[in-house]
Design a protein around this ligand. Structure first.
Ligand code: ZN
Length: 114
């Protein structure tokens, strides 16, 4: 079984959810435990809870990514189709929020101010 690592982005989501039990440390410990339910039922059930919570975190991450991508498609594009990072509906003096991390954005790798 390959080890599951909680990414920085997933840690942010977990922090926002603010559950007292399901912290990144708790999840990493239990997602990577491999207890048999017949040999150690409490451990196996704790791991099952961690897997459920982690699945929800992955679903939230996916949802947020698709929402960002949808908003990015509404932003201005260069002639070559890359993202300019400016939303049509907003002023053009700074990149739109969803495009600050946009891989297609020309702001990628540049210093962002403010
Ligand atoms: Zn974008």
């Amino acid at each position: 079984m390959e080890n599951i690592t909680i990414t920085e982005n997933q840690k942010k989501i977990i922090a926002r959810l603010g559950d007292p039990i399901y912290t990144p440390e708790h999840l990493e410990t239990w997602l990577n435990s491999n207890d048999n339910v017949f040999a150690n039922a409490p451990a196996a059930l704790t791991a099952m809870g961690a897997h459920g919570f982690y699945k929800a975190v992955l679903a939230i991450e996916k949802l947020e990514r698709s929402e960002r991508e949808r908003l990015c498609k509404e932003a201005e594009e260069n002639a070559d189709g890359t993202c300019r990072g400016y939303c049509h509906s907003e002023t053009d003096d700074e990149p739109a929020e969803m495009c600050k991390e946009c891989e297609r954005s020309e702001f990628h790798g540049e210093e962002l101010e403010g």
